[in-house]
Design a protein around this ligand. Structure first.
Ligand SMILES: Nc1ncnc2c1ncn2[C@@H]1O[C@H](COP(=O)(O)OP(=O)(O)OP(=O)(O)O)[C@@H](O)[C@H]1O
Ligand SMILES: [Mg+2]
Length: 271
């Protein structure tokens, strides 16, 4: 059985486009005929609400969400029941809601087997080509779990924060997780919510590329109303407005991600 490629989107900075990128990227991968599993690892449940609507997501009992993986009282968990269908038959989602909040411990290294909850889930599920894990704006147990389960990390960065201190903390977390998941690789920083008319965004881009070089994805995600409008319609922009620039950039991002992964896998084979 072929393993899916698993990518998590992390940054402790809020509002930088983690959920939005997962949401629309799922559409781009599905358009390529790939079977996508989304794992919402954020107690805010934004990604789940995007696909399933907030009323439904908020009403889900813990047993039907990712929280079930962490609940001590869940003895006989049927992992196959957790992914929920979306409007696109190629995209399924393991949802999250407020029930996950109590499990998001700030000191993940001390939580024993709970560190591997998402990894266990992915080992039980089959039939997917790509898994995208959306993380909350912190590096607690939920993000930690995502990194342990993932092959690659993408770090969305809004082009306005010149302090790299926050990014260093993210990189340190990736390094720490490598002790438990040595295969984890950084695919790169993703400049998100980019407005090319703004000088501040253009200079941030230049600085980030100078600092991190190949560790910055070539593709940028622009700030665009089309992303928000598509979200309101509960459809990735690739489906809702396939001819928009937002859709084209999302497709380009999906392509670049697959190319970078292929390049990395190729290098590993040669080595
Ligand atoms: N490229 C974009 N263009 C326009 N709006 C965007 C874009 N990316 C994100 N947004 C909007 O900005 C808000 C925050 O984005 P999003 O929820 O993806 O960030 P996040 O990093 O997941 O936040 P959190 O850390 O709280 O989980 C959302 O309302 C989203 O629709
Ligand atoms: Mg989010």
């Amino acid at each position: 059985m072929r393993q899916p490629v698993t990518i998590c989107l992390i940054n402790q900075k809020g509002g930088c486009g983690k959920s939005s990128t997962c949401f629309h990227l799922a559409g781009a991968f599905a358009q390529e005929g790939m079977r996508v599993l989304l794992v919402d690892a954020d107690p805010q449940g934004s990604l789940s609400q995007g696909f399933l609507g907030s009323a439904l997501v908020e009403s889900l009992p813990a047993s039907e969400t990712i929280a079930a993986l962490f609940d001590d009282e869940t003895y006989f968990l049927d992992y196959q029941q957790l992914p929920k269908p979306t409007l696109d038959e190629l995209i399924q989602i393991v949802p999250a809601n407020q029930h996950l909040a109590r499990h998001n411990f700030p000191m993940p290294e001390t939580t024993g087997l709970k560190q591997f909850a998402v990894q266990n889930l992915l080992e039980e599920l089959s039939g997917f080509d790509v898994v995208l894990i959306d993380c909350p704006p912190n590096l607690y147990l939920c993000s930690w779990n995502a990194m342990i389960a993932a092959d690659y990390v993408v770090i969305p960065v809004p082009p306005e924060d010149f302090g790299t201190q926050g990014l260093r903390t993210v990189h340190q977390a990736v390094e720490n997780v490598r002790e438990l998941n040595p295969g984890l690789r950084r695919l790169g920083h993703l400049i998100s919510r980019y407005d090319r008319r703004l000088l501040v965004h253009r200079s941030y881009e230049r600085e980030l590329r100078k600092l991190y070089q190949k560790m910055v994805l070539d593709t940028l995600i622009p700030e665009a109303a089309a992303f928000k409008v598509a979200l309101t319609a509960r459809m990735p922009v690739t489906h809702h407005a396939p001819r928009s620039r937002a859709a084209k950039m999302t497709q380009q991002l999906a392509k670049e991600i697959l190319e970078r992964i292929a390049e990395h896998v190729g290098k590993r084979r040669v080595a």
